[in-house]
Design a binder for this molecule. Structure first.
Ligand code: WQD
Length: 339
């Protein structure tokens, strides 16, 4: 069975391609290489022994999208990762984010609606909740006004899919709301490749330990949390990738209870910035240099998932720990910098 993975050479996309191949799926990747490299194909192939079919396409070119689906009308599932995802950049360049994240979704979804098998998995984010009123966060928590254009494109994306499912009963879709994806494949053949200065915590930690950054700035030390630093639900990217396989299989096997479903994907455990640093120091033997500075605009205080729906309905839960993720992130950083 053939699955299309858009953004399949990206961080979460590439790990999902590996897990799909491990389950015996034939995978086709579309990626425009705007935030990835075709070297990731070699990493995937090194892990699974199977080189996925790859097409370097810009999904903003709707005729290219149309032609692609005309040549691949036997696709039985689409997992749509392709999007720009830097929160800070989205505030500076909103039109880039609305054009890239919304028009590509519309063009891909229009073609999915012409397929015999219309199964669509959307890469969403816990960002849609903003600062939730209640913790842990369930799927019924209210979606709050987005704090960034990036977060707004995830909210709008979910609404576009939901509205389309309402008028097309042949379309079956699941939105997966990720918490904080971290780590790398244990083989260190693929991982997170932030281009430029990393915006996210874990790549900044590993690059600091590698000597590429002077020290980590911890954004805020007097939040109303146990140690004063922000709390997040850090989920190992391999666990997250496996959830995508379970979700697309759910639709292919018609196990979904409605044609539009939403699941939170997290560990259910909150970890503070200082706890992440402590985990890194423990697994790496390093002593990370950091200083506590002012809060970062737009950060929520605390966010972690209520995981019972994913466990009881989707039939998926995380297996890997924060230490596993920090171990794999460090092993990946060392491998990349040795090159
Ligand atoms: C985590 C914590 C920072 C960097 C965002 C998006 C989310 C998803 C993941 C795409 C926060 C602190 C960070 C640093 C720090 N992205 N931090 N120093 O902001 O929770 O989530 O990225 O899907 O949608 O919203 O992740 O890794 O940027 O920050 O202290 O140099 O680490 O303040 O508390 P975030 P993050």
């Amino acid at each position: 069975m053939k699955i299309l993975v858009t953004g399949g050479l990206g961080f979460i996309g590439s790990h999902t391609v590996v897990e799909l191949q491990n389950e015996g799926f034939e995978v086709v990747i579309i990626d425009d290489l705007s935030n990835s490299s075709d070297k990731v194909l070699d990493g995937i192939t090194a892990i699974t022994g199977v080189k996925p079919h790859f097409e370097n396409l810009d999904l903003k070119e709707k005729h290219d999208v149309y032609n692609f689906f005309k040549n691949h009308n036997d696709i039985c599932g689409v997992i749509h990762f392709a999007a720009s995802k830097a929160v800070g950049e989205s505030v500076q360049k909103p039109l880039k984010y609305y054009e890239n994240n919304i028009s590509t979704l519309v063009y891909v979804l229009k073609e999915v609606c012409q397929l015999k098998e219309q199964n669509f998995i959307f890469s969403s984010s816990c960002t849609v909740y903003g600062q939730a009123d209640e913790l842990p966060i369930t799927e019924n928590a209210p979606v709050k006004p987005a704090e960034s254009p990036y977060g707004n494109t995830k909210q709008m994306g979910e609404e576009i899919i939901r509205d389309t499912c309402k008028v097309n009963s042949n379309l079956n879709s699941i939105s997966l709301r990720y918490f904080n994806p971290i780590g790398a494949h244990p083989s260190a053949e693929i991982g997170e490749l932030p281009l430029g200065v990393p915006q996210n915590l874990v790549p900044f930690i590993t690059q600091t330990a590698m000597g590429m950054r002077d020290q980590l700035s911890v954004f805020g030390g007097d939040y109303p949390t146990p140690d004063g630093t922000c709390v997040r639900d850090y989920i190992h990217v391999v666990d997250l990738a496996k959830a995508h396989v379970v979700a697309v299989q759910r639709l292919i096997e018609n196990k979904n209870t409605s044609n539009y479903e939403v699941f939170n994907l997290g560990t259910g455990k909150g970890s503070s910035v200082l706890e992440v640093i402590q985990s890194f120091d423990k697994v790496s033997g390093e002593k990370l240099k950091y200083r506590v500075v002012n809060k970062r605009e737009g950060d929520v205080i605390s966010a972690y998932a209520e995981t019972s729906k994913a466990k009881n309905v989707l039939g998926w839960e995380t297996k890997l720990t924060l230490d596993d993720a920090m171990t794999s992130a460090w092993k990946w950083e060392q491998k990349v910098r040795k090159k």
